[in-house]
Design a protein around this ligand. Sequence first.
Ligand SMILES: [Zn+2]
Length: 296
Amino acid sequence: MELKKVKGNTYYISPDFIDLGLYRLNKEQCLLIDSGFHKTVKNEIIPFMEMNNMTVKGVLCTHGHIDHAGGNNLLKMTYNAQIAAPYVENMLGENSYNMYVLSDNLRFRVFGDTIPDFSYKTDIVINPDYNDFYFLGVDFKVIKIYGHSPYQIGYITPDNVAYLGDVLLSERMIRMTKLPYIFDVGNDLASKENLKTLECDQYILSHKGVYDNIDSLIDQNIDHINSRIEILVDILRQPKCFEDYTADIVKTLGINADLRKIVYLQRTVRSYLSYFQENNLVDAYLDKNRILFIKK
Ligand SMILES: [Zn+2]
C-alpha cells in the first residue's frame, strides 16, 4: 500500500477493495476519511502507519457500514483517534442490536464474527444541519448524500477535493453490481443528481478511484438504478409475495446468492418496494394472510 497524493494535504490509500481518504495534519499525523474493515486496519493500515512513522489522530466517517467504519474501534484503541460520524450512522456501529433494528432483518448470525470487532463509540456526532465540520483544526465542508445509508455524508477537504463515500460507483463497479445496496431509493437518486452542483477539483469514490470530473459517472449511476427499477417493477406484472419476489429478482438479474447475500438483498428489495409504493408504481393487498405486491 502506498500514499497517493491527490492535491495539497489530501491523499488516499487503497487497502483491499476500498479507497480511503487521508488528510495530512503534518508530517507525522493524519486523519482518515473512513477506516475500512476491522481486518483492514489490523493487517494493512496500522503496519502502513508504522512504516511511515505516522499516527491517525481521527476518523471522519461517511456512514456506518462495516466496510467503512469497521476499523474505527481499533484506530481509537491504537492511536486514541477521535471518531466523528453522522447522526444515525453513529448508532449503526455502536452495537449489533442497532444494526439489526436499522436493517430490519431477523437476528440471524449471518454477519458471522465481524460484529464484536465492529462496534465503536463515536466521539462527535455530525448533525444533519451542519454544512461545515471543524475537526482536528481542519475545516471540512459537508455534502449530504443520503440514500445508500440513511444519513450518509461526504466531505470536501480544504484542498477542494471531495470524498464521496458510496453515493457513486465506478464504471467497473456498476458493471459488477447487479442490484446496488440502497436504504432509500428516492433520497439516493436525489443525492446523485445533487452532485452535479459540486465544483470540486477532484473526487474520490470509496469503490473506487479518483476523478477530475464526475458528470458522466453521475448519469451512468442514475441510469443503472433506473434500469433496475424498470426490471424490478416488470417482475411484478404477476402478483408476488416478498420472498418469491426476492427469489425472482435473484434469478432475473443472475445474482450468485448465498444466505448472507439474500439477507442484505432483502433489505434492498424492501427499499425498492417502498419507493415503488411512494411513486404509485406498485400496489399491495392481502391474500390468504400474505401481502402480495402487483404492478399498477
Ligand atoms: Zn455502504
